[in-house]
Design a protein around this ligand. Structure first.
Ligand SMILES: Nc1nc2c(ncn2[C@@H]2O[C@H](COP(=O)(O)OP(=O)(O)OP(=O)(O)O)[C@@H](O)[C@H]2O)c(=O)[nH]1
Length: 619
């Protein structure tokens, strides 16, 4: 008995895929995607249902049509990758709609006027292309751009805006044209999701390489559906079968091997397979049911921005919901701007832009960072109010973060819930990687799961740090160390990179993470007290409190609390300590010293108390 793919059947019967899935749901047939296959008897049932519908002029109740005795064969599993993805565009809608301050006033009763879910129009998918260096990401994007982008306006020079729109026989597809997972994760690191689908490009003559694995890990972490494009199939040494076999080792099983992964052989050089790839993108998008309301309050994400010497700040915004108009006020982070002009990705001037449209906006005074979310405000005053509220929220949360200690629940996760510890593993050899993974696998319990997001040979990369920051993972290194640059990025992103030379020390660290001591807990500890006996004005350092340490000791960089009478007049830091003319690290009780605070208000007679934050050992 032959099997048929759902989308081919839909095409043959002249109905859309959504309709086909609706009928299958009614029949209780399970499927993973529109490229799943169904049995012939199910096909017959579907035909009957459609005939009945056509006869009655109304949708037939699919469930009633199901015969009692012979349940239809189940569809073959297909494309779990495709199903992993949520409709990413749905998230910003919620965020924007729930923002009380920065909403466009075009639709005053958005909630009441919002169309029901089914009426919200579909939007074009946004696709990102990732893969190993030289596997052909840029060539593939160039081929699609050359063949699918409408001719530019005469004389117009298309500038690089970070995204372009391709017109295909199946509709519009938007490509993020900064290839590589760095761009993808930079955006994700800010909590935004722009891509709906990730194309993983793998060269047929090279197969899986370290960055291919990274790209796959990034797409999986983002829960973005993946399609694999096996590129360079025109080369004589191309071996697409090897790529497919190699993929199975990552538990990604291509459809032809009975699995779920959509794999499309292509050549960015000859164009072979590119149409198929575009078709698969459209099918995946259809399955994801991507929708956005052009009438809803606007929200979008910054794809990239730059400063043009003549024009000023040019930022590319991906419209995710609502519609942008020239003249709108936009709020990004703690800055705002008024749109003076907008250009589409083909370089043409436009006045408005709806969902899934990348537009270059002129009007910001400072270049916003990639991945920042953008909202609109009805006027300059409203924009300023939003920014003011954001600044004060930020200050509050910074203060709260400084003060607060982690609760047991925060450290352990909700009691009774399974916790997952995300790890990225880097080691010197494949043997070490496998040995460590073997030990880790035995450490899992019902309460705690270990998710090794990426295990690779060699020092951790910036890409690892970005992945770790979005997935709240810890990077563990065995016999490899991060470069200074990577360490710096990790510091700014708050990612822990821990290096070990002895395997059991690494395992001890994992034990600590499993126990839930993910973040160290700090406690304030008293150091000493000093009396201010005179205030000396220093030309470079400002006011220095000439003091006498009456108790304990003072240390540079300690926290300082200044009391005047009974009132605490300042809390800050000891930024410098001097004994006579020398800078010193510490001064003990019974000695005089100069204390330099990050404050100029100190007076004779004040008492300065020093303390420091120390890490508390967890039981
Ligand atoms: N024969 C053949 N060569 C290709 C194909 N696609 C890309 N190439 C060549 O492979 C090389 C690398 O292609 P790029 O498109 O620059 O690869 P990339 O993945 O964008 O590389 P990076 O941007 O450096 O990460 C170039 O010399 C391309 O001409 C293809 O389908 N067939």
């Amino acid at each position: 008995m032959s099997k048929v793919r759902i989308y081919s059947l839909a095409k043959d019967l002249g109905v859309d895929n959504a309709k086909m899935l609706e009928i299958l749901d009614g029949l209780g047939v399970s499927y993973k995607s529109v490229s799943s296959t169904i049995e012939e008897d199910t096909v017959e049932l579907i035909k009957q249902i459609l005939e009945e519908e056509a006869r009655d002029g109304a949708p037939a109740a699919a469930a009633e049509a199901q015969p009692q005795t012979t349940p239809p064969a189940q569809a073959q599993a297909a494309q779990p990758q495709v199903n992993q993805g949520q409709a990413q565009g749905a998230q910003p809608q919620v965020a924007a709609a729930s923002s009380p301050t920065a909403t466009a006033e075009r639709e005053p009763q958005v909630a009441a006027a919002a169309p029901a879910e089914a009426e919200v129009p579909h939007r074009a998918p946004v696709v990102t292309i990732m893969g190993h260096v030289d596997h052909g990401k840029t060539s593939l994007l160039d081929y699609i751009r050359k063949t699918k982008v409408a001719a530019k306006e005469a004389g117009g020079i298309t500038q690089h805006v970070g995204a372009f729109e391709a017109q295909t026989s199946k509709g519009r597809i938007v490509f993020i044209d900064t290839p590589g997972h760095e761009a993808f994760t930079t955006i994700r690191a800010r909590g935004a999701n722009v891509a709906d689908i990730a194309i993983i490009v793998i060269a047929a003559d090279d197969s899986l390489m370290p960055q291919t694995r990274e790209a796959i890990a990034h797409a999986q972490a983002a829960k973005v559906p993946m399609i694999v494009a096996i590129n360079k199939v025109d080369l004589p040494q191309a071996d697409a079968e090897r790529v497919k076999t190699d993929l199975t080792q990552l538990n990604l099983v291509p459809e032809e091997y009975g699995g779920d992964l959509v794999v499309v052989p292509v050549s960015a050089k000859t164009g072979e397979g590119v149409e198929d790839l575009l078709e698969y993108i459209s099918l995946t998008a259809e399955l994801e049911d991507l929708r956005a309301d052009p009438k809803a309050p606007f929200s979008g994400v910054i794809i990239e921005s730059r400063v043009d010497r003549q024009a000023g700040v040019l930022a590319t915004v991906m419209v995710q919901q609502g519609t942008l108009h020239v003249g709108d006020f936009l709020v990004v982070g703690e800055g705002y701007g008024k749109i003076k002009a907008m250009t589409d990705s083909a370089g043409g001037r436009i006045k408005e832009a709806g969902p899934s449209t990348p537009v270059q906006v002129l009007g910001f005074s400072e270049a916003p960072a990639s991945g920042e979310t953008v909202l609109s405000a009805k006027n300059e005053h409203a924009a300023r109010e939003v920014i003011g509220a954001r600044a004060s929220d930020r200050r509050d949360s910074e203060n709260a973060r400084e003060r607060r200690k982690l609760t047991l629940e925060e450290m352990m996760g909700e009691l009774g819930e399974t916790r997952t510890v995300n790890l990225i593993l880097r080691a010197d050899t494949q043997g070490s990687v496998e040995a460590i993974q073997g030990i880790l696998a035995r450490k899992e319990s019902d309460d705690v799961k270990i998710n090794v997001m990426l295990a690779g040979i060699g020092a951790p990369t910036e890409g690892d740090v970005l992945l770790a920051s979005t997935a709240e993972a810890t990077i563990l290194c065995f016999s490899v160390t991060p470069s200074g640059g990577v360490k710096k990025v990790a510091d700014t992103k708050g990612v822990d990179i821990k290096s070990f030379r002895i395997i059991y020390e690494l395992i001890d660290e994992v034990d600590r993470l499993l126990k839930g001591n993910v973040e160290p807990v700090f406690e304030e500890r008293y150091l000493g007290r000093a009396e201010v006996r005179m205030v000396i004005r220093h030309p470079k350092s400002g006011n220095i409190a000439g003091s006498y340490v009456t108790d304990g000791m003072f240390r540079r960089n300690a926290k300082a609390k200044v009391t005047r009478g009974k009132a605490v007049v300042y809390e800050g830091t000891v930024v410098g300590l001097k004994r006579f003319k020398d800078d010193v690290r510490e001064v003990q009780q019974g000695y005089e010293c100069g204390i330099n605070l990050d404050w100029e208000g100190v007076l004779e007679g004040d008492i300065i108390e020093a303390s420091e934050m120390v890490e508390v050992e967890q039981a």
